[in-house]
Design a protein around this ligand. Structure first.
Ligand code: ZN
Ligand code: ZN
Length: 469
């Protein structure tokens, strides 16, 4: 009998030294600085090559695919088990109490952007592989530990990988939570465009409105610029609005106009209720004002069908499935410039039983009441719902390992997140957030408990062993 947790603890110093090194790399997608050599910018590639160098140091064979994805190999056999992690992170955003790219351990928690999503779990899975190798345990399958560097955006890296490298037969991704995620809702973003047209004359004009940095994050900040008369009164009104809604509001009168800034709470778009959408709140405030026609149309639509509408009832897209639960809707990126074509990007997670095309039609129907210059389109790549049955041996094995090591009951789970689990027909997500832990992924002051990283390492080591013996 192997004491997996004890094995993991032997590697604690090495694991945290390596993890802190990877966390120090700000591996945010940065296509503004993309080159032929670094299609996603330098950060993601640096995290990848650093990780592959660690694996080479430890005696593994590795492969770098175009600086956007990579593989660490171990074992041999007719079948291939894939483990899918990612080394890119979402932008740090505001509200950090420490430097998001200088990891610190405080009260048993490791704070850094990527500590929980997904560098901590990825390093746990890597050390699990290393434990298997160092213990020289029998491995009768190939293990391909595959690392993507664009999971938080368009999956460019992993898609390049699967286009040019062999696809594993089955596998798991350490990029969600325990006990297991064997089902995932469909994910699609919808871009609602407000074509320039309505007049922008009037005593009070909306010059610009901006909120949101990623289409999969509830926006934490929003800013609007107004020009017109009596702006001083508006400042007071805005401060009251912010206070009533327990938000942080700031109004500054500058040469270019009155700048209104609102701070809500960022969160992962898969559960909009976990955040406070600064964009929809700011539009709700502006909707009370006698704005110019174009500005008014924009904020009215947002205030009326997007504010506090996490299940899409007002937007007209609500849907529910017994197995997969509620559709969720999160308007995450707002761009408005007076006189231009403007937009809102809404991220929607939908259960089986509806489709991205249907949802797009429903949004168009709803938006038509605000004007005929508004249209919705599916934005980027839509992903359909994914499900591996609970009686699949992969699910059964992983749950058995989880139960044995934690003493907790495991059960199937379906989420709104899109993980690499969906890359394979028999693919699931497995860890590494433990039940009862708050989900801090994509948020300011993201952390992962040190003890949980070690527990996850032990669980992954046994899982690799059981799945390949
Ligand atoms: Zn992730
Ligand atoms: Zn993420």
């Amino acid at each position: 009998m192997i004491d997996w947790l004890n094995e993991a603890k032997k590697y604690q110093n090495d694991l945290f030294r390596d993890l802190e090194m990877i966390l120090t790399i700000p591996s945010v997608r940065d296509t503004e600085h993309a080159t032929k050599e670094f299609p996603l910018g330098p950060g993601p590639a640096e995290a990848l090559t650093t990780m592959l160098d660690l694996a080479e140091r430890d005696g593994f064979t590795t492969k770098n695919v175009e600086n956007v994805a990579g593989r660490i190999e171990y074992g041999d056999g007719p079948e291939t088990l894939g483990v899918f992690g990612h080394l890119d992170v979402v932008p740090a955003g505001d509200g950090w109490q420490t430097d998001p790219f200088k990891p610190v351990i405080k009260d048993g928690k490791l704070y850094a952007r990527g500590s929980a999503d997904d560098k901590g779990p990825a390093l746990a899975a890597y050390y699990a592989l290393k434990i298997l190798k160092d213990l020289n345990l029998p491995v009768n399958k190939k293990i391909h530990y595959i690392l993507g560097t664009d999971e938080e955006s368009e999956w460019y890296g992993i898609n390049r990988y699967l286009a040019v490298e062999p696809t594993p037969d089955f596998g798991f991704s350490p990029d969600a939570e325990f006990p297991i995620i064997n089902g995932e809702k469909g994910i699609a973003s919808f871009k609602v465009t407000f074509k320039a047209g309505p007049a922008i004359t009037g005593a009070l004009q909306l010059r610009s409105f901006d909120s949101g940095i990623r289409e999969n994050m509830v926006p934490q900040n929003a800013q609007a610029v107004l020009v017109g008369h009596d702006l001083d009164d508006l400042s007071a009104q805005f401060t009251d609005f912010a206070a009533e809604n327990e938000l942080i509001g700031d109004a500054q009168l500058e040469d270019r106009g009155l700048i209104l800034s609102l701070t809500g709470k960022g969160a992962h778009a898969l559960e909009p209720d976990a955040g406070v959408n600064a964009g929809t709140y700011l539009a709700t405030f502006l909707n009370q004002l006698p704005l110019d026609e174009a500005g008014q149309q924009y904020v009215r639509a947002i205030a009326q069908v997007m504010q506090l509408d996490s299940r899409g009832h007002k937007l007209g897209v609500a849907y529910q499935d017994q197995l997969m639960g509620d559709l969720t809707a999160s308007p995450d990126i707002f761009n408005y410039q007076a006189g231009e074509n403007n937009s809102v990007i809404i991220n929607i997670r939908y259960p089986q039983g509806t489709t991205a095309e249907t949802i797009n039609q429903q949004i168009n129907t709803t938006m038509a009441k605000f004007g005929d210059n508004i249209a919705s389109e599916i934005f980027g790549h839509a992903q359909t719902p994914h499900y591996v049955p609970a009686n699949d041996p992969l699910v059964q094995t992983l749950l058995a390992v989880y139960e044995r090591q934690t003493g907790l009951k495991g059960q199937e789970q379906i989420i709104g997140g899109g993980t690499y689990g969906r890359l394979l027909k028999r693919g699931v997500a497995f860890g590494a957030q433990f039940p009862g832990q708050p989900n801090v992924m994509h948020q300011a002051n993201e952390y992962m408990p040190v003890a949980d990283i070690l527990k996850a390492t032990a669980i992954y080591a046994e899982a690799l062993y059981e799945l390949t013996k």
